[in-house]
Design a protein around this ligand. Structure first.
Ligand code: AMP
Length: 562
């Protein structure tokens, strides 16, 4: 595909997807399949089992969702689901459900997310009405299977999404128990960022002759990555526009390309940036060649400083002046990253590559580092104070340049009349204020909270930290929850953290000290969340077991250890 051929999901059409899906992808602004989608969709359509090593951010959700939707019969669907997707957390269950909805809207797909902590009644009613796809956390899925409310007889596909994280959370036995109750002829799909030995054993037992796919692990030839200053910011999705604005202010690029995933994202971000006072222009496959040429012309002539683009639209562009490449998301494949940053730092000039990664995408950054054998420095988002200092520096530099180069005689009378009344330094200060406000505009100065990366490794660091710090804010009131399972049931701290984080709104960071006795465990949680945690843990299983869950009856003064 070249820049001359605006693409309307043609890459997806090559995958022989049904027109309803192609239209959905085009509406979402997906311009071409990601590498994992190219590799996984054909074998999945051919009913093969699949073992995919791919992290969040690679487009793996669509890779397994599209083949399931492709097979959905237009009418006369049964009551039970044809696909069951297991995810480690409720957030992921919701995300995956939304993805099925978005892709399968025209097909009228009935998707139900199922997780602990949510009233079971609503789930029961939805299951009774009939569903096509259930996306569930393992504990709650097992509950429904045991109650007979989740009928797996018509199941055609089981997907284990982020399987390594499910194992980390202590769901291995639940997963095996679920798989054992699914029909033998089913298709089984397993996606995982890493492949620990235990997962490999599960795969060997439950997958039959799977196609194996690894994404982002094809090493590029040494030295093919240009020497570019590479940095990344870990930010929550909601803060991305603000963080981008702040980073752009600090970096002050002469000409930058900001890469987005979809046309929609390109349009939204361009609008947001213009609203914040930047001169940004959109460039995507939905525009004709002439429109695209005009945008590029304006970037070359420095009338535009920022171009917001999709990969497809920016392919083949060569812009001498380019100083910065910004990845608004971690690219779906490490190769795309290398390709993008290859656009700066040419001919010995300094180039800068900046990546905004969501906490869950931290792992993709690591994969890119391994591939390029170069470090990506994770930077702190500039604070409001740093931003002010930087803006003052820019104003000072601009004033200095005028003092050195311009003829200022015509303004002399202004100074002379004002100094009759005011001190000359005060007059200068007023002039600086005017110049400063004119150049820095009204960009927002909200505080952007710091977020920690989330990954299997990150999780370990995080829980170790939580143990030391007793769950974040040391002043917040905490309560200990009694759970009637302990060492004899093989319970480890990570099983409890996993179950609580997976079934409630808490993260590992919110959970404090954990004490495991032979027959019970005590877990410290913020008082304000205790009831929610109790309700969630009562309606789920821990390592396949139902447990008594309540507040600790006889709180001791002695502090527990983890
Ligand atoms: P995932 O790795 O499944 O979490 O997907 C990461 C992000 O990429 C999601 O926001 C998807 O909506 C988006 N995405 C998936 N496939 C494509 C594609 N072919 N083109 C553009 N964006 C995509």
């Amino acid at each position: 595909m070249t820049v001359n051929e605006p693409d309307d999901g043609a890459g997806f059409a090559d995958l022989a997807l049904r027109p309803e899906l192609i239209r959905a992808l085009s509406t979402l602004g997906y311009e071409e399949p990601t590498p994992i989608q190219l590799a996984a969709i054909p074998p999945l359509l051919a009913d093969r089992d699949l073992l995919g090593q791919a992290a969040t951010g690679t487009g793996k959700t669509a890779a397994f969702a599209l083949p399931v939707l492709q097979r959905l019969s237009p009418d006369g669907r049964g009551a039970g689901p044809v696909a069951l997707v297991l995810t480690p957390t409720r957030e992921l269950a919701e995300q995956v459900s939304q993805a099925f909805h978005r892709y399968g809207r025209e097909l009228g797909v009935r998707v139900l997310p199922v997780y602990g902590g949510q009233p079971i009644g609503r789930q029961l009613a939805a299951l009774a009405r009939g569903v096509d796809v259930v996306v569930a956390t393992p504990g709650r899925a097992l509950d429904h299977i045991a109650r007979g409310t989740l009928n797996l007889d018509g199941l055609e596909t089981v997907v284990l999404d982020e399987a390594d994280e499910m194992l980390d959370m202590g769901f291995a036995e639940d997963i095996e128990a679920i798989l054992e109750q699914t029909p033998t002829g089913r298709q089984t799909v397993l996606f995982s960022a890493t492949m620990p030995a235990r997962l490999d054993r599960i795969a060997r037992r439950h997958l039959s002759d799977p196609v194996r796919i690894e994404i982002g692990l094809i090493p590029t030839s040494e030295g093919s990555t240009p020497l570019v200053r590479q940095s990344a910011y870990i930010v929550a999705r909601a803060h991305k526009p603000a963080v981008l604005g702040r980073v752009l202010d600090v970096e002050a690029p002469a000409a930058a390309i900001v890469f987005c995933r979809t046309r929609q994202e390109v349009d939204e971000l361009t609008e947001a940036l213009n609203g914040r006072g930047y001169r940004a222009e959109a460039l995507h496959g939905g525009m004709d060649q002439e429109q695209r040429n005009r945008v590029m012309g304006r970037l070359r002539a420095a009338t535009t400083e920022l171009v917001v683009a999709t990969d497809v639209a920016a392919r083949g562009l060569d812009i001498e002046q380019l100083t910065h490449v910004v990845n608004y998301n971690v690219p779906a494949a490490a190769e795309a990253y290398v390709h993008r940053i290859g656009r700066v730092g040419r001919a010995g000039r300094e180039g800068v590559a900046i990546t905004l990664a969501e906490p869950r995408e931290h792992r993709m950054l690591k994969a890119i580092e391994r591939l390029t054998k170069q470090r990506i420095a994770v930077e702190k988002v500039p604070t409001v104070a740093e931003l002010r200092t930087r803006r003052l520096d820019l104003t000072r530099a601009a004033l200095r340049e005028i003092l050195l180069t311009d003829d200022l005689a015509q303004f002399r009378t202004v100074i002379e009349t004002l100094t009759d009344e005011f001190d000359i330094v005060d007059v200068a200060l007023a002039g600086v204020k005017l110049a400063h406000e004119a150049t820095t505009g009204g960009t927002d100065e909200e505080d952007i909270p710091e977020v920690a990366p989330v990954s299997a490794d990150g999780r370990k660091q995080r829980s170790a930290k939580a143990g030391r710090q007793r769950g974040g804010d040391p002043n917040a009131a905490t309560t200990r929850i009694y759970l009637g399972v302990g060492r004899r049931a093989g319970i480890r701290p990570q099983d409890l953290v996993g179950a609580i984080a997976g079934e409630s709104r808490l993260t590992g960071r919110d959970i404090g000290a954990i004490e495991i006795a032979d027959r019970f465990s005590l877990v410290e949680v913020p008082e304000a969340t205790a009831d929610e945690v109790i309700a969630a843990m009562r309606s789920t299983t821990i390592k396949g077991r139902k447990a008594t869950v309540r507040r600790e009856r006889y709180p001791s003064k002695r502090s527990a250890t983890r």
